[in-house]
Design a protein around this ligand. Structure first.
Ligand code: SF4
Length: 232
């Protein structure tokens, strides 16, 4: 169900909202130049594995773990035929290791059996892989295959709410709203920027609005009564 905005942003038209978000995007590009996905990968398969491991885990930890894993397991067959107990031990530090090992091997078995050993490109195919939801599928499509896709993770969802880009709480519906607002060529970078901003300034518990470069474009400080001018 759509949430009620803390404070409605006047009667902003869709076009005004689009202009506002593009202005915010330009400012975030200057704040986070060259921003990219924080997970290390060189192939679509590596990104799929990294995304599975990243659930409830930091990207830094995943990168530590995959540095050696990606040298040991290269093809989907390697992952699919790995000893489950050994694999669980290798990914244990990422948490939920039993479920993750099962998902990795399930995905790789399907990729071998149904997709000729290649990670599929189409959203509908990716969604048939065990444990792969829209967020993972879209991050993979955008970053491994260069497709215009928005993966709604916790940072993207939180920023979309605070910036009043979507009144929804369901990530699938947030994705729809953002897809309508963000130009195709900016969709992947838009997600990277929101993730960087969500980690650096617009923190979940307490956003640092006075230090935020887009605070004049964001309804949240006014709605939350954050005194921007005094805090500067
Ligand atoms: S003004 Fe505050 S809530 Fe809005 S994006 Fe910046 S840090 Fe987040």
């Amino acid at each position: 169900m759509p949430r009620q905005p803390a404070k409605a942003r006047g009667r902003e038209s869709p076009e005004e909202k689009r202009r506002r978000v593009l202005e915010a995007l330009r400012m975030l590009v200057r704040t986070y130049p060259g921003v990219t996905l924080a997970l290390n990968f060189t192939t679509p398969l590596e990104l799929l594995i990294a995304l599975i491991l990243a659930a409830q885990c930091t990207d830094e930890r995943v990168n530590q773990v995959t540095a050696s894993l990606f040298r040991k397991y290269r093809a989907p067959q390697d992952w699919a035929s790995a000893d489950r107990t050994v694999l669980e031990g290798e990914i244990r530090s990422t948490g939920f290791y039993r479920n993750k090992a099962k998902a990795i091997q399930g995905c790789c078995q399907e990729i071998v059996a149904r997709f000729e050993g290649k990670v599929p490109r189409a959203l509908e195919d990716l969604l048939t892989l065990p444990g792969v939801g829209r967020k993972t599928a879209n991050i993979l499509r955008g970053n491994a295959y260069g497709q215009a896709a928005i993966g709604v993770d916790t940072h993207v969802a939180r920023l979309a709410e605070r910036l009043e880009l979507s009144p929804e709480t369901d990530p699938d519906k947030i994705e729809l709203d953002l897809n309508a607002l963000i130009p195709d060529k900016e969709k992947v970078r838009f997600c990277h920027l929101l993730q960087a901003h969500g980690r650096g300034i617009c923190l979940a518990r307490k956003p640092n609005c006075p230090a935020c470069p887009i605070n004049r474009l964001c309804p949240y400080p006014v709605a939350a009564g954050v005194p921007l001018a005094l805090a500067r």
